[in-house]
Structures are given as structure tokens and as C-alpha cells.
Ligand binder design. Sequence first.
Ligand code: ATP
Length: 270
Amino acid sequence: MTEKTTQDNLVISGVTKIFGHGKESVQALDTIDLTVKDKEFVSILGASGCGKSTLLRIVGGLERPTTGSITLGGKKVTGPGPDRGMVFQAYTLFPWLSVKKNIEFGLKEKGVSADERAEMANRYIKIVGLEGFENVYPKALSGGMKQRVAIARALANDPEVILLDEPFGALDMQTRGLMQELLLQVWQQSQKTVLLVTHDIDEAIFMADRVVVMKSRPGKIKDIIDVDLPRPRDYRVRTSTQFLEYKARAVELIRNESLQELDIDKLNVK
Ligand SMILES: Nc1ncnc2c1ncn2[C@@H]1O[C@H](COP(=O)(O)OP(=O)(O)OP(=O)(O)O)[C@@H](O)[C@H]1O
């Protein structure tokens, strides 16, 4: 395998997004500049409506920026491509395909042979702990299992970058915590660059090397928190002093933002 270079960086440069025209227009993003290093795990954290999803969709090529550009490994992004795998909150599996066929789907599209597809699918089924469910259809899976299939499907295509938009948003708290740990393990093994959109402060810190905190109207980067917690991480890190310090900082940033959003100067809650 050839060693990757910093050329593989994801560069978001001066990205602005305006939806609609004239009086009806909404500026969702204003001049977003962010460089994500190869194999880095970056969380994008912010309140509802700050433009997180729009930014991720632009990186995914599903949306065009009004100004600015995205480059991946020096190549300009002009649309969706196999170098970026996306996982959304809503389960996006094909209901008529089994777990295995769902994971193989993108590989089939790429013309990968049946043997190779089966090998890749089995590998990722193992990584996400779904052995024994190969031939099961999505409707028989729990929410957490469906998202594991979605993650396996994204990984099987061997993208440069995985883009995750609130992937565990629909899961209960316990499942969510376990899925976060699983995703970290998978990321540790697969060594992909990850961009995770979330409004969950704990999730953002627990997973990432850096947390990009956004503000709304228009969506801008408010601050970036470097998360210097040891890896591999497990649930115990969440109660460490260092984690709680990062959390206090993020809470402060998000709270100030929410107060401004609600047009409240101060909240005196006793
Ligand atoms: N297709 C669209 N047409 C018009 N406005 C849009 C469109 N998509 C998003 N917006 C607006 O852009 C802003 C940012 O939306 P976006 O969904 O990116 O925010 P978000 O931070 O991901 O929010 P949430 O966490 O609620 O999904 C919002 O004001 C939203 O109403």
C-alpha cells in the first residue's frame, strides 16, 4: 500500500451558501474555512439551523456552494463521488436488499467481482459485529443495527472521507453510547478521515481530534476546540477531568450562542 501524503487533505475554502433569492433568501453559511488532515476525526457541533448539514452536504457534493470551494486531495469537488461516503440520521438502507447485499451495493456499481464483493462485505460485517445477520432484511433490524449496516456500506466502498450527519440521532441513549464506541473502533482500524455533524456536545468531544463549534444566522465557525484525549478512547474518558473541561468550554460557547439566538441577554435561573 502506498503511503498517503498531506495531499489527501480535505480543504473547505471560503464556502458560503445562500438558499433562494431576494427577500426569501436564507444565508445558511458564511465564509467557512477549514482544513481537515488526512485520517483526522473532526466533529462539527452547533445548534439546530446553524448550517451543519448544509456544510456536510456541500462536502458530499449533494449541494453546490454559492461561493468558495471544496478540494479533496487537491481535486475540486463538483458532485458526489466514491471518495466520500455518507451516513445520515434517517436509515437509508435499501429495504429490498439483505444486509450483505446492501453493503455490496456500491461495489457492484463499481464493477467489483462477486467474489471480491462478498469478501469485502464479510469483512465489514465482522467489523461492525453483524455476523449471523448477513441475509436478514432491514425491516428486521433495530435502529442501531441499521446504522451499523450503513457504516459498513460506507466503509466497504473504501472512500477517502466518511461524512456522518447525526448518524445516531434516532437511537436511544444507551445504544447511542455503544455505537459511538463502535464507530471509534472502526475508525481506528479503517484510518479514514471523518467529518461528523452533531448537536450532542458529549458525542462531539468523545469522538473527535477537533471540535468545530458553529454559530448560526449565518452559519459560521465560532471556535475550534483541540481535543487532546488519549486514544483508543472508551466510555471512561467521559468522566475524566480533561473531558469535563472540554465540555465546559463547549457548553459555554453553545450556550452563549443559544442566548443570542433567543435574544436573551442573561438567564437568571436559580
Ligand atoms: N434547501 C433549502 N432551502 C432553503 N433553506 C434551507 C435549505 N436547506 C437548509 N436551509 C436553511 O439553511 C439553514 C441551515 O440549515 P441546516 O439544515 O444546514 O442546519 P443544521 O445546523 O444542520 O440544523 P439541524 O441540526 O436542525 O439539521 C436553516 O436556516 C435552514 O432553514
